[in-house]
Design a protein around this ligand. Structure first.
Ligand code: RFL
Ligand code: PHB
Length: 412
């Protein structure tokens, strides 16, 4: 098999890249090791930065997101029994975020790719990238019980943290920067409307808690003749900080709701937590990780294949979108104007944005989580950082700008 751009992985990075290249008339083949149902079900991110929303719209993949996504103009911080709202548009000159699940972004992009784009092969596992330094890098892969080779002009590794693409960068040119955290997130989806109309990030002596949501489709009432279910509400997505290595089965539904109640409680008696049946439960470890460089010869790394952030800043999916938008623009500039400079600076351009997201995600994580060995001094520093955000406009603006994301074009 031969193509211009071989894409490994059909997560948000690989799928969006295939779409951007298709729109520019550039051929690609996507290889995905899992089956379609698995990719469409995997529960993950939920917050799209303004820039991500813009890229999806420009790619012609924003129609359902525009109908069903929930625009959010702020978040709430809770600490020391206080509530504080951060108003994004007021602090950033009009920027906001959209709540729309990664699963839905992937479903939309898969449907478009299968209808209009180039080949997207499910259950096609990349085994190795070979010849990254040559004119024609190759991906060796297995599909339907056979081994095959995809010969490309460029290979883009969008195969996530556990993928194979990164291993094709020789050790002597690779540098890895990493940090693990001694806690994880127990995440739930529950069939109950959210308890607040914006996301709530809470710092508590018992640990961090986050109240989020997902747009939800409720079945239409029987008297309505409509065939598609109208979007009537949202359901609760919530997270609790738990010790590293926690088994989600260790937590009963009641224990989860009780703990959310404790960590989210403030002096405001008007707020109450809505409880309901928990439909999914899982534990995510927390990690910061950057692999430099993000390019070796004609192999480019994008998204989680090159970097991981702890989810507290809601940046992982947005970084993946930024990387592939940067690569697509660079390749289009080369093909249309013969200008290879943006391909040459791909790694440096992405890493600037990546490190800003690493900084922000680390700052949010360490400000809001309680480490097992935290001292009273550490607690006071966390509270002082939160107090600063709620009293100094400059500190609050810094949070709002980073959360809503820096415009992609700032790099151009
Ligand atoms: P993905 O989504 O991991 O996709 C990689 C794809 O590659 C496939 N693959 C292979 N295919 C072929 N051959 C191989 N050898 C392969 N090896 C792997 C995999 O099956 C998969 O389909 O990476 P991508 O595209 O870079 O996307 C990154 C995002 O998924 C990730 O950063 C976010 O989900 C992180 N994240 C969040 N990001 C946000 O921006 N906002 C959020 O609110 C947010 N919340 C979260 C999150 C991640 C979470 N978890 C579970 C880690 C919340 C959670 C709980
Ligand atoms: C989510 O809704 O999954 C979510 C929201 C905000 C985060 C992380 C995850 O910071």
């Amino acid at each position: 098999m031969r193509t211009t751009v071989g894409i490994i992985g059909a997560g948000p990075a690989g799928l969006l890249l295939a779409r951007l290249l298709h729109n520019a008339g550039i051929a690609s083949v996507v290889l995905e090791s899992r089956d379609r149902a698995y990719v469409e079900r995997r529960q993950r991110a939920g917050i799209l930065e303004q820039g991500t929303v813009d890229v999806l719209r420009e790619a012609g993949a924003g129609a359902r997101m525009d109908r069903e996504g929930l625009p959010h103009d702020g978040i709430e911080l809770r600490f020391a029994r206080r509530r504080h709202r951060v108003d994004f548009p007021a602090l950033t000159g009009g920027r906001s975020v959209t709540v729309y699940a990664q699963t839905e972004v992937c479903k939309d992009l898969i449907a478009l790719q299968l209808a209009e784009g180039g080949p997207l092969l499910f259950e096609a596992e990349a085994l190795a990238v070979e010849g990254a330094e040559s004119e024609n890098p190759r991906v060796r892969f297995s599909h339907q019980g056979r081994e095959d080779t995809l010969v490309c002009d460029y290979v883009v590794g969008c195969d996530g943290f556990w993928g194979v693409a990164r291993t094709a960068v020789p050790e002597h040119v690779s540098r890895v920067f990493e940090r693990t955290y001694p806690y994880g997130w127990l995440g739930i989806l529950a069939d109950v409307p959210p308890s607040h109309d914006e996301l709530v990030y809470a710092r508590h002596d018992r640990g961090f808690a986050l109240l989020s949501m997902r747009p939800a489709r409720l079945p239409p009432p029987p008297f309505q003749g409509s065939r598609s279910a109208p979007l009537l509400s949202a359901v609760t997505r919530a997270y609790l900080q738990v010790p590293d290595g926690t088994d989600p089965g260790d937590w009963s539904d009641d224990e989860i709701w009780d703990e959310l109640d404790r960590r989210l409680e403030t002096d405001d008696p008007a707020w109450t937590l809505r409880r309901g049946p928990v439909t999914t439960k899982s534990v995510t470890p927390m990690r910061s990780y950057v692999h430099e460089p993000m390019r070796h010869g004609r192999l480019f790394l994008a998204g989680d294949a090159a970097h991981i952030v702890p989810p507290t800043g809601a940046k992982g999916l947005n970084l993946a979108v930024g990387d592939v938008a940067t690569f697509a623009r660079a390749l289009i500039a080369y093909r249309e104007k013969g200008d290879a400079s943006r391909l040459d600076t791909y790694s440096a351009d992405c890493l600037r944005r990546v490190w800003q997201a690493e900084r922000f995600s680390y700052a949010m994580t360490t400000m809001l989580h309680r480490a097992p060995d935290a001292t009273p001094f550490d607690d006071r520093i966390q509270l002082a950082r939160l107090d600063r955000i709620t009293t100094a406009r400059s500190a609050e603006t810094d949070l709002a700008e980073a959360y809503t994301g820096f415009p992609l074009d700032q790099q151009d």
